[in-house]
Design a protein around this ligand. Structure first.
Ligand code: BGC
Length: 464
């Protein structure tokens, strides 16, 4: 790749440059996936090592998410002040520190603290990687380059499932309880340090530079990403947008905007309460509970990651043809059916193979719909003027819901009364209920945004 290209006509040189920047930024997405899913292969060993009860086990999985809520909450403000690139660098440092510390904690509290630190990095990257890509990318390529981030998230999840599996193979359960989980967490230092080093090679966001009045630098970056001819015009448009934004903080709470914001927040919450991360973080535990040995459980988890990746690709290819709402309705229906069936399998304590099939069906439906589509819808339903702040609030809601679901799963799953009555089926039926809520909600409240410009979408809301 010719990274030093000085082509200025928006030709292949500039496209390569923007793609390169987006790949580096999307490493933030990869770490989002890696860091959140690393827990899945290690939590069983952690539980034995630290002798954890159900609430502590929930905390082992969700402490990082607490950090993510915090990270998503402060990333907007910090990056307005210090720059997108600098805060991404900070996130990469947090990832690296967390990877090493969570591999070598002396107590469970130290472990949870190290995970919170990494979680702050995840929260920051989950907001900033797509935002930074969107701010650097030329308008006509923005959608595709931003979706790249979701793609990176699922790759990160799949990679860490592989890493966990190969580490677990290095010894027996006793070795894994003593050392295996340490390597699993420590391994994140490799992508984290890579991310850190590569960030020094990408420019600051031209939009942020313009906001600081650093027009000369902004123009220099724009010239490289869109070509010199278009750079001046882009800079002018950016300046105009910045002037608009200054006037509109109160707009977030105007009735029309409030409605859009509530819809965005609800959608973000529904993406989580339909249960995805119970499978992403606890899959090996679920498989083990339903009869698999350690390495079979980790292998089955890899299959989950692969199905997730495959159907994400299908979604990215079909989202503009089939439309957002149709994908979400079809996907949530499939997820609901799979969860109900999974609940029945758990209730009647049926064989492992069925369980794997139902889980894979559920994952395929999620990856096809709620996974990528929710992020796409969140990035397009808000008017440009409030998009940054509105997205920050919705992202915060998403991480909070993720926290609640991950923290409560072990409690619900192991509650003696629920287990006696439902034999581990209850959580799955609960998430199936939210799939039904999602279907009704999407049909009632989400307008189809396929093929519409952002301005046309804005008008759609005004007509309601
Ligand atoms: C969700 C994450 C989830 C991932 C799984 C994303 O869209 O926001 O919470 O872990 O999909 O692929």
């Amino acid at each position: 790749m010719d990274l030093t290209s000085t082509e200025t006509t928006g030709g292949p040189g500039t496209l390569r440059y923007v793609t390169w920047i987006s790949v580096v930024a999307a490493l933030g997405g990869l770490l989002f996936g890696y860091d959140t899913a690393v827990i899945s292969g290690s939590i069983g060993f952690l539980r034995t090592y630290f002798v954890l009860d159900a609430p502590e086990m929930g905390w082992a999985a969700s402490s990082a998410l607490m950090g993510s809520i915090l990270g998503a909450g402060i990333a907007g403000m910090l990056s307005d002040r210090f720059g997108r690139k600098n805060v991404l660098i900070l996130a990469a440092v947090l990832f690296s520190v967390s990877a090493l510390w969570s591999a070598l904690p002396r107590t469970f509290t130290e472990f949870a603290t190290a995970r919170i630190i990494g979680g702050v990095g995840v929260g920051m990257a989950s907001m900033l990687s797509p935002l930074y890509i969107a701010e650097v990318a030329p308008a006509d390529r923005r959608g595709r380059l931003v979706s790249f981030n979701q793609f990176a998230i699922v790759i990160g999840i799949l990679v860490v499932y592989f890493v966990n599996y190969f580490i677990a193979l290095q010894g027996d359960d006793a070795w894994n309880v003593q050392f295996g989980w340490r390597w699993m967490f420590g391994s994140e230092a490799i992508p984290a340090v890579l991310f850190l080093l590569l960030l020094f090679l990408v420019p600051e966001s031209p939009r942020w530079l313009a906001k600081q009045g650093r027009d000369v630098q902004s123009l220099a970056v724009l010239s490289r990403v869109t070509g010199e001819e278009r750079a001046e015009a882009e800079l002018k448009a950016i300046r105009e947008a910045i002037r608009e934004e200054g006037r509109t903080t109160a707009q977030l709470l105007q009735p029309g905007m409030r409605r859009t914001l509530i819809i965005g927040i609800t959608l973000a919450i529904l993406q989580q309460v339909t249960g995805i991360n119970v499978f992403m973080y606890y899959a090996p535990e679920i498989f083990r509970q339903l009869g698999s040995g350690t390495s079979a459980a980790l292998l089955q988890t890899i299959v989950i990651g692969a199905v997730n990746l495959t159907f994400t690709i299908v979604a990215l290819k079909t989202i503009d043809r089939l439309g957002r709402t149709r994908l979400m309705v079809i996907g949530s229906t499939g997820m609901g059916i799979a969860l109900t069936a999974l609940g029945l399998a758990a209730y009647f304590q049926k064989a492992e193979l069925w369980v794997l099939l139902f889980i894979l069906g559920y994952i395929a439906c999620f990856a096809l719909s709620m996974g990528p589509v929710v992020w796409v819808v969140l990035s397009e339903i808000f008017p440009t003027r409030i998009r940054g702040r509105a997205m920050a609030i919705a992202t915060l809601a998403l991480w909070s819901a993720n926290y609640v679901v991950s923290q409560t799963f072990p409690l619900i799953n192991e509650n003696p009364w629920l287990v006696r009555t439902f034999h581990h089926a209850f959580p799955f039926w609960l998430y199936a209920f939210f799939c039904a809520v999602t279907i009704v909600f999407v049909i009632t409240y989400i307008p189809e945004t396929k093929g519409k410009t952002l301005e046309e979408i804005e008008k759609l809301w005004k007509r309601e």
